[in-house]
Design a protein around this ligand. Sequence first.
Ligand SMILES: *Cc1c(COP(=O)(O)O)cnc(C)c1O
Length: 497
Amino acid sequence: MRAHPAGPLHGNISPPSAAGAPPAELGVLDPQVWPRSARRVDGELHLGGRAVTDLAREHGTPLFVLDEDDFRSRAAEFAAAFTGGDVHYASKAFLCGQVARWIAADGLNLDATSGNELAVALAAGFPAGRIALHGNNKSLVELRAAVDAGVGRIVLDSFDEIDRLVPLAAARTAAGADPVAVMIRTTVGIEAHTHEFIATAHEDQKFGFSLATGDALEAARRVVSEPALHLAGLHSHIGSQIFDTAGFEAAAHRVVGLMGAVREATGQVLEELNLGGGFGIAYLPDDDPVGAADVAGRLRAVVAAECAELGLPVPRLAVEPGRAIAGPGTVTLYEIGTIKPVRLGASGSPGTPLVRNYVSVDGGMSDNIRTALYDAAYTCVLANRSSDAPPALCRVVGKHCESGDILVRDLWLPSDVQPGDLLAVAATGAYCWSMASNYNYLLKPPVVAVRDGVATEIVRRQTLSDVFALDAVLADRPAPSPAIDQPAPEHPAGATS
Ligand SMILES: *Cc1c(COP(=O)(O)O)cnc(C)c1O
């Protein structure tokens, strides 16, 4: 153990310059970052035609507000861009019964990554034939549930899984059913990051069959030799939050090469190629994502060119966007509880100490773990009003017992923000609610869908009774109900003064 005087050695310190220069105007809603229906009306943020102060009063905070038209129009844009192919919504980004119904109604397929995601989709009435089951450690129970339900694709990830699946599939075909359609997830040795991709010599991670070691080809051979399985095609997923298509193009080159090798080894021409998800979104105004139509055009072109080179018929193309559909249309509303100015060591202009305001809100890493987990960058605005006050350097933090409990690391907010104000954090639709925890026994926030002035709670707030019910000692004790509908009189939600 090493101790040091608190200060710049500490991991959470980032230079004040990380916030950049204050923008000319605070609180502007960049259309790349904010839901398509976001507007300011008399200074106040409106989403789906609803004022955030009304939403906060009716549903409490923290609150996920999902712009239904934004979510569904992005789904529709992917579906249209990949006409003739398949778009699988990667439901791990955000899934609930209503989302499963939208995705079903809008004609997309759905990826489940666990038996329980599968169960949620099926319980919502999602057609099993349009579901693909993923996962690097699918249990026998999960595989059986998938086979029994008749899911459209099982994406194989290991030899153990093939061993586990074959008897289940054989029992089905013996009863007269068609062979179980599977894909082989290949690890192509391309790892894409936000702005670049790297090819790794050995794929040191848990997913898929390695192309480089020959495992992927061996898996294809095994599947082709099993009469109870049908090898529908190959799958590759290279990463997340990717802004250019170069990584996908490099992956497509390698997977199409493998399709050629499979034809040579087994005589089988594969009809489907799934290039996975990972299409980036704008979390910050400077982010520059590629639109669905552009992605589709480039992927189609590269797959066609690679196939022509090998004399292969062009396969049906599939993709699996999660974040790009669910991410941009949702914001999280929080109420500010405390504001603590902290003097930073360095000083700004001579004589003026530099201050960072720690703005604490009523949620945090339990409803958005991504900043702590991946150092993700978010932006937020003062939502219940606009302000002409000069900018103040701020850090938006949660109420958890971790100094890494940060929502927005560095940003400028009006210097008159105060307890009771509402903050809206943008682009929280993917991997926030779905990764939520009960750390510090905070409760999972509700999700409210807004559209044309109507707000519908599609997931209700977890209650302390829900949590007590799991506890052997507390199960039959009455839980005090935190009265979210009765804000403390000194800080009514969204109060202005
Ligand atoms: C997570 C995942 C996706 C979705 O990734 P996004 O970055 O949300 O688009 C797609 N396919 C697979 C196999 C995944 O694991």
